[in-house]
Ligand binder design. Structure first.
Ligand SMILES: NC(=O)c1ccc[n+]([C@@H]2O[C@H](COP(=O)([O-])OP(=O)(O)OC[C@H]3O[C@@H](n4cnc5c(N)ncnc54)[C@H](O)[C@@H]3O)[C@@H](O)[C@H]2O)c1
Ligand SMILES: [Zn+2]
Ligand SMILES: [Zn+2]
Length: 368
């Protein structure tokens, strides 16, 4: 089968790889119909995630048709068209029981932080992902969900990560009616977080990025105030000025470890990899929120220390909430929001690339 193949930092290609097989009675094999590239994949691509092994197939946002099932799979049938949440969750461990499906203790038993994630390095369990023709889906009865009748698969694939992550970013902010919410990052996740902030009663939503076409889209789609941080002298000063010098009630970090805006962070975090990434967006979020406010982090960071102003967190009495999104927990509500037209996730799609038109091994290495 054709599958994306990681060859080292900033080197990926499409190769023929062996078909996945049922390895456990609760596995399913799914023929992929759609698969997205997440901002999280860029961290892998850039070599920022430890233990990303050559040969891995990325892709944790996908839909597909069930082709084979293990003998213990009861809910899924061959032929079902399913959306597959990015978290691999057993459904039974102490964390799954608390609906912390992103922190499953069984799907990634070697780790103490994140649970298993498709195509996300061996720090997230070493599972191959869905940027391929076929993928093995463990615990097939737990998270994979049959795409509801009438739902566009383009909407369904966005429910595997982007929509729940944006929604959970807003949810973790504990937004109160009328709150000013400031979102750092106008990628799909930040845009969805800004959109969802309204659902929790925000009174004002501001989004910050440096890419104008994304800001323009966010301005209309969320809708929200959108600013290019390169045109603001200092985003923190801007946040203070625009909130009567109090700061935003809630700040959301939807950028993560590869944020721009600080040469110092860039050199230490992205160049030398001495810290868990470049964190200027988180830095700005902490300094832009009001005293007693909430900083909600969905941006991904490396496992080691990261330069953030922790003293300001203490002295301002800030609450920090963070996690990988718990997709299965949020799906029932978010499916309803899509079906009722409250959220329109497919509007975020900009590019479509069939797997067989991506560069192949032979195109990269014509002599081999
Ligand atoms: N917690 C989760 O469950 C979860 C799920 C999906 C994605 N993520 C993470 O969320 C983050 C965003 O994902 P995405 O797919 O939207 O990524 P993306 O790369 O498409 O978007 C990130 C955006 O941040 C902007 N940016 C860079 N530096 C900035 C700064 N200092 N201030 C403001 N904006 C800045 C970039 O220009 C870009 O538009 C990533 O870190 C990703 O790994 C987390
Ligand atoms: Zn993702
Ligand atoms: Zn579990």
């Amino acid at each position: 089968m054709l599958a994306m193949n990681y060859r080292g930092p900033q080197r990926v290609r499409i190769d023929q790889k062996p078909m996945p097989e049922i390895r456990h009675p609760q596995d399913a094999i799914v023929r992929v119909t759609r698969s997205c590239i997440c901002g999280s994949d860029l961290h892998l691509y850039n070599g920022s995630v430890p233990d990303t092994r050559v040969g891995m197939t990325f892709g944790h946002e996908f839909t597909g048709v069930v082709e084979q099932i293990g003998p213990e799979v009861e809910k899924l049938k061959i032929g079902d068209h399913v959306l597959v949440p990015f978290n691999i969750a057993c459904g039974k461990c102490v964390f799954c029981q608390q609906e912390m499906y992103g922190n499953c203790h069984e799907s990634n038993p070697e780790a103490t932080a994140v649970g298993g994630i498709f195509g996300y390095s061996h720090t997230a369990g070493g599972y191959d992902g869905g940027q391929a023709e076929y993928v093995r889906v463990p615990y097939a009865d737990v998270s994979p969900t049959v795409i509801p009748e009438g739902m566009d698969p383009d909407d369904a694939v966005m429910l595997t990560d982007v929509v729940p992550t944006g929604y959970q970013a807003a949810e973790m902010g504990g937004i109160q009616p009328g709150d000013t919410v400031m979102v750092f990052g106008a990628g799909p996740v930040g845009i969805m977080a800004a959109r969802c902030a309204w659902l929790f009663g925000a009174g004002r939503v501001i989004i910050i990025d440096q890419i104008d076409y994304r800001l323009e889209f966010a301005r209309n789609y969320c809708p929200c105030e959108a600013y290019n941080f390169k045109e603001l002298d200092d985003p923190v000063l801007f946040a203070k000025k625009t909130t009567d010098w109090l700061g935003a009630d809630v700040c959301i970090d939807a950028v993560g470890a590869e944020a721009n805006g600080s040469p110092f962070h860039n050199v230490l975090g992205r160049g030398l990899k001495m810290i868990g990434g470049a964190a200027p967006a988180l830095h700005w979020a902490i300094n832009s929120v009001k005293k007693g406010g909430v900083v909600s982090i969905v941006g991904v960071y490396g496992p080691i220390q990261t330069l953030v102003p922790i003293g300001n967190v203490v002295n301002k009495g800030i609450t920090i909430r963070a996690n990988q999104a718990s997709v299965k927990r949020l799906l029932p509500r978010l499916i309803e929001h899509v079906q009722n037209g409250i959220l329109d996730p497919k509007a975020l799609i900009t590019h479509r690339i069939p797997l067989n038109t991506c560069p192949t091994h032979t195109e990269f290495f014509p002599q081999s």
